[in-house]
Design a protein around this ligand. Structure first.
Ligand SMILES: CCCCCCCC/C=C\CCCCCCCCCCCC(=O)SCCNC(=O)CCNC(=O)[C@H](O)C(C)(C)COP(=O)(O)OP(=O)(O)OC[C@H]1O[C@@H](n2cnc3c(N)ncnc32)[C@H](O)[C@@H]1OP(=O)(O)O
Ligand SMILES: Cc1cc2nc3c(=O)[nH]c(=O)nc-3n(C[C@H](O)[C@H](O)[C@H](O)COP(=O)(O)OP(=O)(O)OC[C@H]3O[C@@H](n4cnc5c(N)ncnc54)[C@H](O)[C@@H]3O)c2cc1C
Length: 662
């Protein structure tokens, strides 16, 4: 065993808190940490799951290896009796080393849609075969022509009462289903979102279970044209696919009928809310918030550990080259991202709890909190993915040239994560959905309704209203988290008001509602962004009150302050304009941030260690726990396929003949 790098050892010795305590807190409890590690070690020690480096494989080989692992994974989950969704997710992430895989849509969206939208009879018919992987499904909503505006999807499902079947058609090129993961080669069924026609009337989008491949031969069924959409920016293990349906008949029982129903004679029974069809998207959006935390915390782990062992340049002439983590500029790049990774971890936990709580109410027939759940999931998905996406790239560049190597792990994290800004609702569109909710709440509050939940601050707008900015006292105490939360809250209230007033102003110029909305989009997106930022800061602060260990509390308090103050500097115009901050306070904030960087510095490595990514999961030579970066980078390079022979065949084919001609 190679010795641990001395720099990284020293970092761990200097930490002021116990990493295990913080890991337990992040997992939820010591028992949960134990169980997660147990599940991870089941995978890591399993010879079937030894990891071949995907960087040295073709796309087809990568898909093949992923399907092999997924199939083995399903058998092993059953053998080990792992059936809790959270535990399945741990196991799965470990098997695929964080890469997306061909069964993601089956596990994440097909099964979830069945659970939430199938009637009890349909669950009996479809769930067990799907759970046992006889039925392998995907979620086919997006078409070539439309991903965002799903009301305009063109695929049709027309009910034929004479045979009690639906007839599915993709009547145009733009109606071809495009993108669904696992559709291209893996799935034999798809949940297809289509416009329902019955008795000559269109009732909008509904979900249908459509068999697409023969259960025996896996050949496409008659009327089904299906395949892979080709190479992408990443997602190489996933067969995102296309699907064209031509007069494909399915039994009436294949329309998901927990809420909306079509009777045998073709009569239509409305659902209690037509947005229930969109429920699976809300689930995945909520889940993506936690993914933002994971992608960012992994990237920070790599960049911070590497910065602790990398020495470069001179701080003081004649002295040894410092660790690059000692440069203030490097700390300023990485520590706010580290703070954001912690913030998003807590927000991810909150979003998951909130999703389950409100879905519980929905299952009891109470739909009252659905709008807030939708607005929160949409906004926080967009807010956290945008920050994490940009942050991964900052981490990569913070590793200098070596960050550009695939073995740093950062390129894979980036290409796997970046589509979260687009899929499950394009981020700007999601921010506008949140804004729609915020403006509605703002108007309700102005009419005197009492709001609750994350928007309750809008109740206070009357209090904020009349004061001119110049006469308002500056409210921020930059050393007090509660005061910073208050400032974020007031900024959000102000920006929601600005957006609402912009809409009002546009309407007074006798523009239509729709044009007024479009002409106010910039203000609307900013209002949502401010609202989400407030929610994140508020949740981070609230988390601190749950922490009893004083050392952990202290270090997280420092991170929370950094997160809040750094966010203010990035959005200082808003805080100044709203009169929440004075110009002299801005330079005090810069000084305070510098002091916080110094406070965090001795704990930086311990803070990333606490995320507890083992080396197999991190898959990065730069982020190795032992810090032995250069040795393993050299070993990795030697395995490059170009190095299989000392002289590459191209030399004999092209260079040598060329030389003889010159
Ligand atoms: C035991 C089983 C467990 C199994 C184990 C599980 C373990 C986990 C293991 C593995 C997991 C794997 C991980 C999975 C990874 C998945 C990868 C995902 C890959 C990506 C997949 C996709 O992208 S699928 C396609 C996604 N597409 C979209 O998101 C489309 C975006 N567009 C829309 O959502 C909407 O059309 C819109 C939001 C843009 C709204 O459109 P529009 O303006 O037309 O409005 P509407 O008229 O439709 O609506 C008006 C009204 O409704 C409100 N509303 C809109 N959407 C919702 C909603 N979703 N919920 C509630 N309400 C909604 C809207 O706000 C309006 O309200 P008003 O009151 O009128 O204001
Ligand atoms: C890797 C990956 C996997 C996917 N997997 C699946 C899957 O399994 N199943 C599935 O059904 N789909 C899947 N999708 C499709 C995905 O859900 C859509 O791409 C996504 O919803 C965005 O829709 P779009 O592509 O139509 O973008 P567009 O809506 O065309 O967006 C293009 C631009 O237009 C802007 N825009 C659009 N509408 C508005 C508006 N109203 N106001 C302001 N700006 C607007 C957007 O902000 C964006 O800048 C996947 C996509 C990717 C990349």
């Amino acid at each position: 065993l190679a010795a641990m790098n001395p720099d990284i050892c020293r970092e761990r010795e200097n930490a002021t808190f116990n990493t295990e305590t913080l890991t337990n807190m992040l997992d939820g409890s010591a028992e949960k940490t134990r169980r997660r590690r147990e599940i991870e070690s089941l995978v890591i020690n399993d010879p079937d799951f030894q990891h071949d480096d995907p960087n040295f494989m073709s796309r087809s080989e990568r898909y093949d290896a992923a399907v092999k692992k997924s199939s083995q994974m399903i058998m092993k989950l059953r053998d080990y009796g792992i059936s809790d969704p959270e535990e399945i997710y741990f196991y799965k992430r470990c098997v695929h080393r964080g890469f997306s895989e061909p069964l993601d849509l089956h596990l994440g969206m097909f099964l979830t849609t069945l659970l939430n939208q199938a009637s009890p009879t349909q669950l009996d018919t479809f769930f067990t075969p799907a759970w046992n992987l006889e039925i392998v499904g995907t979620y086919a909503q997006t078409e070539l022509g439309h991903g965002t505006h799903i009301r305009k999807l063109e695929t049709t499902a027309t009910y034929d009462p004479s045979t009690q079947e639906f007839v599915l058609n993709c009547p145009t090129v733009s109606s071809i289903k495009w993108w669904p993961g696992g559709l291209g080669k893996t799935s034999n069924h798809a949940i297809v979102l289509a416009q329902l026609y019955t008795l000559g009337k269109c009732h909008g989008l509904h979900a249908f279970i459509v068999p697409i491949r023969c259960m025996k031969t896996h050949q496409p069924l008659p009327g089904v044209t299906v395949g892979d959409i080709g190479p992408k920016f990443g997602f190489e293990e996933v067969d995102n696919g296309y699907l064209k349906l031509e007069n494909v008949r399915i039994p009436r029982e294949n329309m998901l009928m927990k809420y909306a129903q079509v009777e045998p004679d073709g009569s239509y029974l409305k659902p209690p809310s037509d947005k229930l069809t969109y429920g699976t998207m809300v689930f995945i959006r909520a889940m993506i918030v936690g993914e933002s935390a994971r992608a960012l915390s992994k990237s920070c782990t790599i960049a911070i550990r590497y910065s602790a062992v990398r020495h470069q340049s001179e701080l003081r002439p004649g002295e040894p080259e410092p660790q690059i983590l000692d440069y203030q500029a490097q700390q300023y790049k990485l520590f706010p991202l580290l703070a954001a990774a912690y913030a998003f971890t807590f927000v991810g936990q909150y979003m998951s709890d909130t999703y389950h709580r409100i879905t519980g109410h929905i299952n009891q027939g109470d739909f009252s909190q659905l709008p807030e759940l939708h607005a929160l999931a949409a906004g926080l998905k967009a807010f956290t993915t945008w920050t994490a996406n940009a942050g991964i790239e900052v981490c990569r560049m913070a590793c200098g040239g070596h960050g550009y190597l695939c073995c740093s792990g950062l390129p894979d994290i980036y290409v796997t994560f970046t589509p979260t800004c687009t899929y499950e609702g394009e981020n700007t569109v999601m921010m506008l959905q949140t804004a729609r909710f915020l403006v509605k709440c703002y108007r309700q509050a102005r009419e005197g309704q009492q709001l609750s939940g994350t928007v309750s601050y809008l109740n206070e707008q009357q209090r904020l209203q009349p004061q001119p900015v110049s006469s308002r006292p500056t409210v921020v105490n930059i050393n007090d988290l509660a005061s910073l939360v208050e400032a974020y809250k007031l900024r959000a209230a102000k920006l929601v008001e600005v957006a609402a007033k912009s809409l009002q102003g546009e309407l007074q110029r006798s523009i239509s509602q729709e044009d007024a909305w479009n002409n106010s989009s910039i203000e609307l997106v900013r209002a949502s962004d401010a609202h989400c930022h407030y929610v994140v800061v508020e949740l981070f602060a609230a988390k601190l009150s749950e922490i009893s260990d004083t050392a952990v509390h202290s270090v997280l308090n420092t991170l929370a302050l950094l997160y809040a103050l750094h966010g203010i500097t990035l959005n200082s115009g808003d805080f100044l304009q709203a009169g929440l901050l004075s110009v002299p306070q801005l330079s005090q904030i810069t000084q305070r941030i510098k002091a916080l960087l110094v406070e965090i510095r001795p704990n930086a490595v311990a803070l990333v260690d606490s995320f507890d990514y083992n080396d197999e999961m991190l898959n990065s030579v730069l982020g190795r726990y032992d810090g032995n970066v250069y040795e393993s980078m050299f070993e990795w390079a030697k395995r490059s396929p170009l190095n299989r022979t000392e002289v590459h065949e191209s030399y004999y084919k092209y260079m040598k003949p060329l030389r003889s001609k010159l």
